[in-house]
Ligand binder design. Structure first.
Ligand code: CA
Ligand code: CA
Length: 318
């Protein structure tokens, strides 16, 4: 068999996460037009990729000074539609401690005007002895309700009369029972309600993680300014000042804003491989391409295509 040389062309495009990408993932653009946050989001999505996301101080340091105005919208917000009017299914929606997931039944028993995120610590939930729920500061010390799941998949609720923060209550319930109370229907809500002593509140297992990025980035980078976010239950959108510190503000305020263009890279790599096996054999061909694919995936490449051309040694020499 003739020795063959494979000319392999790797076409790599799309996102390359991790060390293989030397160029920044995002380019930022100030837009000096005054708009509400939703209008700014729409503008950025039409003209660029989205409102700006920041993942680190490297991103912040690539911002040019904000020339004219002190505050500019960025892509961070706490969409109230995802948690205020429904249990939601977004990153900032309500979740049950036992599953870490959003509600499957959508059952809720919020008190009047709740949840209201009245202060930025109100991301945990307690139930009053009237059976209604209130989003409340997770650091408050209150009694709590754990539950056990029986063999028949029935929830049995247990009142713990010690005062604890929400996370301490969660730890206790996970050590001694199944978890903090999970309530998925009216019957279960009534069972928990029966256990609450008159005049008391109890933690249940409902919590949420506020603030998410418009472009769905999972970035946890936050750079709140002094005493921000201060919210007051009405500030659901985020802007940044000339020192690049974040503040929450009403979404219907008008401000200049920062868009991002997500940089897509396209790289073509050519390499030569010689082999004594028959590279025209489809099985060999597929195996080599699969191994190359695995190698690239291990290196952090995503969204790539591998193509090749084969020339015989004789042709190459010619
Ligand atoms: Ca509240
Ligand atoms: Ca504020």
């Amino acid at each position: 068999m003739n020795q063959q040389i494979a000319w392999i062309t790797l076409i790599l495009h799309g996102f390359c996460l991790g060390s293989c990408l030397q160029v920044p993932l995002r380019k930022y653009y100030y837009v000096n037009q005054f708009m509400t946050w939703p209008k700014a989001q729409q503008f950025c999505r039409e003209h660029y990729t989205d409102l700006a996301t920041f993942e680190s101080m490297d991103d912040i340091n690539r911002l040019k000074p904000n020339i004219s105005y002190s505050w500019a919208w960025i892509g961070l917000w706490d969409d109230p539609n995802a948690w205020k009017t429904a249990m939601g299914n977004e990153p900032n929606s309500w979740r049950w401690s036992a599953t870490g997931e959003t509600s499957k039944t959508g059952y809720q028993s919020w008190g009047t005007g709740e949840p209201n995120f009245k202060n930025p610590g109100e991301t945990c939930t307690f139930m009053a002895n009237d059976g209604y729920w209130y989003d409340s500061n997770c650091e408050s010390g209150v009694k709590f309700i754990c539950y056990n799941v029986t063999e028949n998949n029935v929830k049995q609720y247990v009142l713990i009369s010690t005062l604890a923060t929400w996370s301490s209550a969660q730890s206790y319930c996970r050590s001694h029972h199944t978890d903090l109370a999970m309530i998925e229907n009216k019957a279960e809500n009534s069972e928990v309600k029966q256990l609450i002593p008159t005049g008391f509140f109890v933690w249940i297992g409902l919590y949420r993680v506020p603030w998410s990025w418009s472009d769905k980035s999972p970035s946890l980078f936050r750079r709140w300014g002094p005493s921000e976010p201060d919210n007051g239950g009405i500030q659901h959108c985020v802007c940044k000042n000339t020192a690049h510190l974040f503040g929450d503000e009403r979404c219907d305020d008008v401000k200049v804003f920062i868009c991002e263009q997500v940089v897509k890279t396209s790289t073509t790599v050519k390499m030569t491989m010689t082999s004594d096996v028959d590279l025209t054999d489809p099985a060999v061909n597929a195996q080599v391409l699969q191994q190359l694919g695995a190698l690239l995936t291990n290196q952090g490449w995503t969204d790539f295509k591998v193509q090749w051309k084969i020339v015989s040694k004789k042709n190459k020499e010619n």
